[in-house]
Design a protein around this ligand. Structure first.
Ligand SMILES: NC(=O)c1ccc[n+]([C@@H]2O[C@H](COP(=O)([O-])OP(=O)(O)OC[C@H]3O[C@@H](n4cnc5c(N)ncnc54)[C@H](OP(=O)(O)O)[C@@H]3O)[C@@H](O)[C@H]2O)c1
Length: 251
């Protein structure tokens, strides 16, 4: 083998190793254009992940930082998800219905759309899917204000969660309290059991940090947690809270 052939071979191996390494760290963010999706993409990039931002319409999605890959897909159209998920090691979903009524309502997005995403992730061999849900998910009472005002959203979110739990893809479900826009990492957070009586508000940027942490935190796997913030208390070591939450027992 001539020296130049050897150099070409080594370069090819190096390129292969680099791309394999990059693929291993790709996170698909569904809902990347949303109010939680935007800080989530930033946090993941800052942490060194390769981010693939999933949006429904590139033209309307706004600007992403250099290095963010953009992919168009819609969770109500499962055929669009195969390419979006291909090669991603992780998926984080911050999607949510845009209207109480069809076509992009809670049944279509928070239930059937989440189910489509979970199935696509399973088929693609995704290592972990983190789903942003909501405190109260699974409440089937039509009189609950959120259900009454927004197309039974809590009920449909519960059905989406159940599908994810039984999909076979490793998962974490984060149920935040009322979302507000503020800087992440500034106030205390409480991570509790999904069905605990935690209530209150939480910064979207903090939800993003907690969901990112769940990707690699073995204590987060197979759990459903509630998440709220405490604006009166300084940032705390909320990662320790994961341990106290039991793993989900059944879908
Ligand atoms: N508001 C609250 O206080 C509260 C509390 C707890 C939990 N949550 C839940 O938390 C999640 C995130 O909330 P947020 O306020 O950050 O959301 P948001 O700003 O409304 O963003 C929602 C995202 O979902 C995407 N999306 C909607 N329909 C889609 C579809 N068919 N396919 C793919 N993507 C779709 C949107 O993309 P486009 O840009 O293409 O529309 C957008 O990026 C939601 O599920 C919400 O219900 C909200």
């Amino acid at each position: 083998m001539t020296p130049s052939t050897l150099i070409r071979l080594l370069s090819a191996c190096l390129a292969l190793a680099t791309s394999a390494c990059t693929t291993a760290q790709t996170v698909l963010v569904a809902g990347a254009s949303g109010k939680t999706g935007v800080p989530l993409v930033k946090s993941l990039q800052a942490e060194g992940y390769k981010v693939r931002a999933m949006v429904r319409d590139k033209a309307k999605a706004g600007e992403f930082a250099p290095g963010v890959e953009i992919v168009e897909a819609d969770v109500t159209k499962p055929e669009t998800l195969t390419a979006a998920v291909a090669g991603a090691r992780y998926v984080i979903s911050a999607i949510g219905a845009s209207a109480a009524k069809p076509p992009n309502n809670p049944e279509a997005v928070d239930y059937r759309g989440v189910a489509n995403l979970a199935d696509a992730a399973k088929a693609a061999g995704v290592k972990h899917l983190v789903l942003m849900s909501s405190i109260g998910a699974g409440d089937d009472n039509p009189s609950t204000p959120l259900n009454r005002m927004f197309g039974m959203v809590l009920s449909w979110k519960g059905k989406g969660e159940s599908h994810l739990r039984s999909s076979g893809v490793p998962y974490t479900i984060v149920r935040p309290g009322g979302l507000v826009d503020c800087d992440g990492g500034k106030e205390a957070l409480r991570v509790g059991a999904g069905d605990s009586n935690l209530s209150g508000r939480v910064c979207r940027a903090d939800v993003a940090l907690v969901m990112m942490d769940a990707l690699r935190n073995p204590e987060a796997a197979g759990k459903t947690v509630a998440l709220v913030g405490d604006s009166k208390a300084p940032a705390n070591d909320w990662r320790a809270d994961w341990k106290a939450v039991a793993r989900d027992s059944a879908p």
